[in-house]
Design a protein around this ligand. Sequence first.
Ligand SMILES: [Zn+2]
Ligand SMILES: [Zn+2]
Length: 273
Amino acid sequence: MVLSIPDMHTHSEYSHDSKCKIEDMMRSQIEKGTNIFAVTDHFDSYCYNDYDIFTPIKKAYDTVAQLNKLHHGECQLLAGIEISEAFWHPDIYEKIKYYLDFDVIIGSVHCLRSKYYTGAYSGFDFSKPSQAVLNELLDLYFDDVLTMLDFMDFDILAHLTCPLRYIIGHYHREVDISRFIPKIHKILDVIIDRNIALEVNTSSFDLFNDFMPTTNIIKMYYDKGGRLITLGSDAHIIERASINFDKAVKVLKEIGFDGVYYYKKRKPHKINI
Ligand SMILES: [Zn+2]
Ligand SMILES: [Zn+2]
């Protein structure tokens, strides 16, 4: 099978915020010309008291194995997981780390812990805070990414600049990203040093015409010598499978990249673009 551009970040009914069957996602990916993708359901460490966060991950893992047997040659599914806020609960992270033999582990920061609000970025009203507070919150976000990098063993850094999805995308506030450049440099240096891939998350393109991270940060990564790029649609519904990948590949080529990567058994493999 000649492999297409891989979609390394998708969700299914085994995530709290999706109802999508993995098989339906697979069909949609195939229709879009994608024959390799990762199922990376949420493992939201901070929710472990609210519901069972382990069983759905096992169900997704088993479904991926089953579909790979059934559809061998048509599509390759990779067994992944998106672990967020791991550093909030080291004990929970310890349990998931060796739980299953994942192909890929995505590391994410989805939540804010501050004097103003603690919880998911998606649940915060970003229309209210002053510009100074917004900057403070963003500063905390980049600190959390650095903490995660210190703490966690993972393969792909997901949606760097994630709060922009809400601040710019949903609340149409302006952000001067240049003030965070020193921290972003640090993050990029660490991921290059540790061979952690930088995800180009394409879900934000419809919201603010750019990716997460934004194109200037992807360029910074390239200029530092970073080459481990993965593409992630972050699709929670079939319509979003591999969304905006054509735009991302175009931008990546313009920057100078000649490939993107997928992970199998936690090792990167290159696909030329
Ligand atoms: Zn995420
Ligand atoms: Zn996700």
